[in-house]
Ligand binder design. Structure first.
Ligand code: LMR
Length: 400
């Protein structure tokens, strides 16, 4: 017998609360509420109050670049087949795509995971993943003729599709192949799930996000709150490098990273590190350059075998989770991401801290106070980032 939404809500909220041992961990944060009707939310909120009374743990997120909010984590509530979100991974058979799909399969907010790729192995990846006993169902879709099915009804689409760098290449060197891939996949989104939030990993992100936005504009479905470039790995790396250098608890560290996602366009704001941390001039310079080159560090270490896959999947899963938490109505969800923005004059796209809400990117935060050293980098990065943005825009505008 089919349960009503209220019955389902009560069942979910009362039977699948996971304890505090899973809270406060970095990475795939499995603590959240499921999407549902208001009655369901009421039931979940009841559980949340119960949970909050017993919990002193707080979520890592910054309200401004100087301070962090201490919003409480919600209880873990598993989605049932028709309660949770539908999420598609486009490029699910690749190095990032497979790891990301696994992490998403562990996310209790997702009820339907659609794995799409042009490689036939994607169907096997879906079967493999479908044997994991978590709440979501998994389906594989192969080739352009199945793209629509994969996307239909999606709330979130994550795009890691494309080719990776080899040693000696810049992310911009991937433009000739990946630009067309992102254009075509975004057209699929415009055609089949124009209201979904789209998170783009495919490089060069500085250009592929403008490409995606232009495609949506051409289709009359552009909503700047719904498209973003995943720069989370820059924050993940910064938090890791800073906590290691300074002997801080990595769960506490939060370094905002602004600009773009390539070389010198990546600008960590070490002066805004939370908790407040002081760095010598040399530490600041070494860390800034290391964070800017961290992707290349991986490319070189893989000696021709590609670029970051595991850490990128981890970062993208964190971003995806933040988006879903925002969509579910949770407040105080912040992540840096590369978005259409007017925060920095003449820079139509820029990465900065964003607040996520029910419609996607709810607010793009200003960059705040920065040091003279950071200002120098900001001045340097602007022409490079602008050129990469213009290249993406022109790619769609000049198309026949
Ligand atoms: C990264 O930052 O690791 C990715 O953008 C992949 C790359 O090419 O560096």
């Amino acid at each position: 017998m089919k349960m009503t939404m209220t019955q389902k809500a009560i069942k979910i909220a009362t039977t699948k609360i996971i304890g505090s041992s899973q809270r406060g961990t970095r990475g795939v944060d499995t603590t959240t509420t499921a999407r549902s009707s208001s009655s369901m939310r009421g039931a979940i909120k009841g559980q949340q109050r119960w949970y909050d009374q017993r919990s002193s743990s707080s979520r890592k997120s910054s309200v401004s670049f100087k301070t962090r909010s201490a919003s409480r984590r919600s209880p873990v509530v598993h989605a049932t087949a028709d309660d949770g979100y539908k999420v598609a991974v486009l490029g699910a058979a690749g190095g990032i795509g497979q790891s990301l799909s696994l992490l998403l399969k562990m996310n209790p907010m997702i009820s339907d995971l659609a794995l799409y790729d042009v490689g036939a192995i994607v169907k096997g990846v879906a079967v493999d993943l479908s044997h994991c006993n978590t709440a979501s169902t998994v389906n594989g879709y192969c080739g352009n003729e199945e793209l629509g099915q994969a996307l239909k009804g999606c709330d979130l689409v994550i795009i890691p599709a494309g080719v990776p760098r080899k040693p000696g290449m810049t992310r911009d060197d991937l433009f000739s192949i990946n630009a067309g891939i992102v254009r075509d996949l975004t057209q699929g989104v415009a055609d089949h799930c124009p209201n979904a939030v789209v998170a783009i990993i495919s490089n060069p992100v500085n250009s592929t996000v403008p490409i995606a936005c232009e495609v949506m504009k051409k289709s009359g479905t552009f909503d700047k709150r719904k498209i973003l470039g995943v720069t989370t790995l820059d924050i993940v790396r910064s938090d890791e490098f800073v906590s290691t250098l300074k002997g801080l608890d990595v769960n506490d560290v939060d370094v905002p990273v602004i600009g773009g996602h390539a070389g010198i366009t990546i600008l960590p704001l070490l002066s805004q590190t939370f908790p407040q941390t002081s760095f010598s001039k040399k530490e600041t310079e070494d860390l800034t350059v290391r964070i800017q080159n961290a992707g290349t560090e991986v490319v070189e270490a893989k000696v021709g075998g590609g670029s970051a896959t595991l850490s990128m999947a981890y970062a993208a899963a964190r971003m995806g989770e933040a988006i879903l938490r925002g969509l579910s109505g949770e407040s105080d969800v912040y992540e840096c991401s590369y978005v259409s923005s007017d925060i920095v004059p003449d820079m139509p796209y820029f990465a900065t801290k964003c607040k996520f809400g029910k419609d996607g990117i709810e607010e793009v935060m200003p960059i705040g106070d920065i040091t003279a050293y950071e200002q120098e980098w900001l001045d340097k990065l602007k022409p490079e980032l602008k050129a990469q943005i213009d290249k993406g825009i022109a790619f769609v505008a000049d198309a026949p």
